[in-house]
Every structure is written in structure tokens, then in C-alpha cells.
Design a protein around this ligand. Structure first.
Ligand SMILES: Nc1nc2c(ncn2[C@@H]2O[C@H](COP(=O)(O)OP(=O)(O)OP(=O)(O)O)[C@@H](O)[C@H]2O)c(=O)[nH]1
Ligand SMILES: [Mg+2]
Length: 483
């Protein structure tokens, strides 16, 4: 008996040739006023369409307009009306981003003139591109694997240098290479199993059971190493969700403003000023923090404030880092001590910083209104003052240190940054584990092969060897139009 070949279902990607698809067009630069704007046109008939409204070299003639050349001319409407002076850069298939014939029209960078250029191209019978459609075509034409296509969007949306680096590595294809290596190892394992299946009637034991076992153990170990990077990868890509919390008037909003150098949050001496959580992105030494200022926690009859407190608690539950502020000018009550102990406990493994604020004021402990015994039970990580600036830089350093503690992150390592990849890798790992168990239990090769095929399938979904319309739609809808 021999197994069916390792063919994959729902394989929509063309491997070798470029699909002949009609041209699409979009503005590739941000909407706004600038020196120039770029309109991108891609598709098998892109050059003919652009040529029909271009006065200059014959762009559809490969001799007059070879690949990777730039042509000056004017763009005109079908009625012959001048639209703009433009430069058209040509990339002939397959030597382009999408793999198709692509023209990039550089025009003057005004909002209306750019729109008019696009409309002129559309009036020549070109369809407006959907978000991410150029990159989707690049993927379907085998120019990029799916991890690389996703990295393009990550790079565009990156809000910190580390996120840029992580996306850059993925764009280079490092994740894809890893996955293809895993797949090859599993294909090798499947081949060993199939060999055994060929001889099953003759009751041949795995000649190479140990070899198969060590191969699978190796793959599982490497999958674990990659999966372990997800926690750091998520922080790098999405930012460290940092919740600033504490009692009303502790100085939370002041700290948010001080860290970000803005006046984003309203600060007053009235306890209960902040009613809703406020998120501000803040990048420090290449790491993105998503700072969340919360409503001060207290019992209240005010319905708006109570809702604010509920939101503060929710933010706390989702935090990657908690910065709890305690106003040092106020005595620490026994209630507050208990409350603090509870927050610490509820934070579980989430790093928790206890920070004393308003160090510039007379401390309650000094003025005698708080008992030294109570204060001694509080171990402040730092004591700061937003007014004098005392310890603000050390606080930034400490926040970064604690956020990355136990989250392996050295600059050069490859990170899994997407939940989609993490989920697929986890599933693949589970199937490899089941195959190993089947092997150890002495189950037959056909059962083992089922698990191995499932693992191959899951890995294939990461790089896009296996894909379907829904998955592609959900990935490319995250892109901007023109990419
Ligand atoms: N002297 C001094 N005053 C501060 C400091 N930080 C904040 N304050 C003052 O303390 C008061 C409360 O500050 P906020 O930042 O609004 O406090 P909060 O924790 O956001 O308060 P709620 O939003 O009401 O929960 C304001 O009058 C601030 O100017 C500090 O470091 N030193
Ligand atoms: Mg506030």
C-alpha cells in the first residue's frame, strides 16, 4: 500500500508563472500636499492603458520603453485636456513588486491633481485597487511568501524601531525560511513512514524508528524555541500595555503627560479628574509603550466615575506592565495597604512597579501623619516627582527593564509577532507531538502519517503554501490602498 502524494488542498498560489490579470490602479503615497505623489498601475495591460493617456514615448513598446526606465511626458484626459506633467517609471513583468507589468506615475503632489491623475487612469478602463491588492498579487505571483506580505503591512504600521526591525527580518524572509525547513524535515519524516507502509504486508518494523524519533523531537524543540519568542514579539509589535493606576489625585495623568512630553491628559487638583481611560503611544529607546492613564480607583456614587473605575480595572486585567502610583504627601491608610496588596496579588505574573509620587512635597511620613511602620511595609521601586523631574529618567529605564524581564529579546533574534503565526505553529507542534506519541505507542504508520500531514498543513498556512480566499481577504484588508 502506498500513500497519496503530499498534495495540498486549496492551493491558489501560482508557483512559476505570473497570472495575466487586468490592470488595477491606486494612489500609493499618503493623501496630502507634497512635492510629488505616486500613482501605481499594475496588470498585464498596464502599459497600454497608461500609454493611452500619456503624451511622450510609446510606453507599450518594449524597445522605446524598456524595463526600469523613466519617461517624461504629459497626462491627458480622453478629451485631450492636460492633467499634469508626469514621470512614468516602468517595471516590466516579472521584474516588478507584483511580478506584473507595473507603471508608477509621479505627478505633482497636490490632493486634487493626484486624484485627477488617478481618475484619468481609471477612465482608460483600469479598476481601482482594493487595499493591499498589489501585495496580494505579489504573493499570488510567488514574489513574496505570506509571512513577507504580512511583514509589509507590519513595517508600514510599525511605531517603534524594534517593531521596524522585527518586520524587516520577516520581510527578508527569515521566518519563511524557518518554516520551510520545518516542513522539509516533516516531509522527510513522512517519507520514512511511507517507506514502512509500502512493506506493511510483509510486517516490516520501522528500520529507522530511532532516526524518525530524533527527527521529530528535533522539529518539536525548534518549534518550541520559535513559539517562545511570541511573547516578546507581541510586545515589540503591539507595544507594552502599561497601565498607570492608583488612588485619585496620585499624579497619574501628570505622569502620563511627563513621560510623553504632552498635555494629553487633564490634570487638576480635584480628585476624580480622569473619568475614562486615555491611551497614548510612547516610544522609549526603540520600544513602544501603550500608556494607559486610568480613573483613580475609589468607591463612588457618581455613575460616570464608577464606570471609569470599572474601565480602570479592565485595563489592569489586560496590562503587560502595571505602574501603581502612591501620593507620598498623603498618609497611607490601613485600607490602602490592603488594597495595594490585593492589586499586587491580582497582577500575578504581570510586572508591577510601586512608585511614590510628589517627592518634592513634604512626605506624610516626615510630617508624622503616617506611621513609619505602615510606610516600612511599602517597598517603593522608585520615588519620583513630576514637578522637579526627580527620577523620571530612572523610571523610564526601570519600566523598560521590567517590561522585558523574562521576555527574551535580544536585538538580532527572529521573533514571531503575529497571533496567526503563533496559532498555526502551536497546532503544528501539537500534531508533531501526537505523531511522536503514536510512534512511542507503536501505532501503525498510517496513523502517524495523518498527524504529520496535519502538521505540514498548519505550517503551510503560515507561509501561504496553503491558503484560501477568506484568509487572504482578512490579511490584505489590513493594508492601505496602494500597497
Ligand atoms: N507637587 C507635586 N504635585 C503633583 C505632582 N504630580 C501631580 N501633582 C499634582 O497633583 C494633582 C493631581 O494630579 P493628577 O495628575 O490629576 O492626578 P491623577 O492621579 O490623574 O488624579 P485623578 O485623575 O483624579 O485620579 C494636580 O494638582 C497635580 O498638579 C508632583 O510630582 N509634585
Ligand atoms: Mg487623572
Amino acid at each position: 500500500m502506498s500513500m497519496a502524494p503530499l498534495s495540498m488542498t486549496a492551493l491558489t498560489k501560482s508557483q512559476d508563472s505570473v497570472d495575466q490579470k487586468p490592470a488595477i490602479a491606486a494612489i500609493a503615497t499618503p493623501v496630502g500636499e507634497g512635492g510629488i505623489a505616486v500613482i501605481r498601475v499594475s496588470g498585464s495591460d498596464a502599459f497600454e492603458k497608461v500609454a493611452s493617456c500619456f503624451r511622450g514615448a510609446d510606453l507599450s513598446d518594449p524597445n522605446a520603453a524598456p524595463s526600469h526606465t523613466v519617461h517624461y511626458g504629459t497626462l491627458v484626459t480622453p478629451a485631450g485636456e492636460l492633467v499634469d506633467e508626469v514621470l512614468v517609471t516602468l517595471f516590466r513583468s516579472p521584474r516588478s513588486y507584483t511580478g506584473e507589468n507595473t507603471a508608477e506615475i509621479s505627478c505633482h503632489g497636490g490632493v486634487l491633481v493626484t486624484q485627477k491623475v488617478l481618475e484619468t487612469i481609471l477612465s482608460a478602463g483600469v479598476r481601482a485597487a482594493e487595499p493591499g491588492e498589489f501585495t496580494q498579487r505579489a504573493f499570488l505571483n510567488g514574489k513574496l511568501d505570506l509571512t513577507q506580505a504580512e511583514a509589509v503591512a507590519d513595517l508600514i504600521h510599525a511605531k517603534s524601531l524594534r517593531a521596524v526591525n522585527a518586520a524587516g527580518q520577516q520581510l527578508e524572509g527569515r521566518l519563511g525560511e524557518h518554516i520551510r525547513r520545518f516542513r522539509q524535515q516533516i516531509i522527510d519524516a513522512t517519507a520514512m513512514v511511507e517507506l514502512e507502509l509500502d512493506f506493511i504486508e510483509e510486517d516490516v518494523e520501522f528500520a529507522n524508528k530511532e532516526q524518525l524519533r530524533s527527527l521529530l523531537v528535533g522539529v518539536m524543540g525548534e518549534l518550541d524555541v520559535l513559539l517562545d519568542t511570541y511573547e516578546a514579539g507581541r510586545l515589540v509589535k503591539d507595544g507594552v500595555r502599561t497601565v498607570i493606576m492608583g488612588r485619585p489625585n496620585a499624579g497619574k495623568s501628570t505622569l502620563l503627560n511627563t513621560l510623553t512630553g504632552s498635555d494629553r491628559a487633564i490634570v487638576t487638583e480635584i480628585a476624580g479628574t480622569t473619568r475614562d481611560t486615555i491611551d497614548v503611544d510612547w516610544s522609549y529607546e526603540g520600544l513602544l509603550f501603550r500608556l494607559i492613564d486610568t480613573a483613580g480607583i475609589r468607591e463612588t456614587d457618581d455613575r460616570v466615575e464608577a464606570e471609569g473605575v470599572r474601565r480602570s480595572k479592565k485595563a489592569f486585567e489586560q496590562a503587560d506592565l502595571v505602574v501603581y502610583l502612591k501620593d507620598l504627601s498623603q498618609p497611607t491608610t490601613a485600607d490602602e495597604l490592603q488594597e495595594l496588596a490585593r492589586w499586587r496579588m491580582d497582577a500575578k505574573d504581570t510586572p508591577f512597579l510601586l512608585v511614590g509620587t510628589k517627592a518634592d512635597l513634604d512626605m506624610a511620613i516626615v510630617s508624622g501623619s503616617s506611621s513609619p511602620r505602615q510606610e516600612q511595609r511599602l517597598h517603593y521601586d522608585l520615588i519620583i516627582s513630576a514637578v522637579s523631574g526627580e527620577n523620571i529618567n530612572p523610571l523610564k529605564k526601570l519600566m523598560k527593564e521590567r517590561a522585558l524581564e523574562h521576555r527574551d529579546l535580544d536585538g538580532g533574534s527572529l521573533l514571531v509577532t503575529s497571533t496567526r503565526h503563533r496559532d498555526a505553529l502551536q497546532k503544528a507542534r501539537e500534531h508533531v507531538k501526537q505523531a511522536l506519541e503514536a510512534l512511542d505507542m507503536g501505532l501503525t504508520g498510517d496513523l502517524l502519517a495523518i498527524d504529520l500531514r496535519a502538521a505540514l498543513h498548519d505550517l503551510g498556512t503560515v507561509t501561504g503554501e496553503i491558503t484560501n480566499e477568506d484568509l487572504l481577504d482578512s490579511i490584505f484588508s489590513r493594508f492601505c490602498i496602494g500597497k
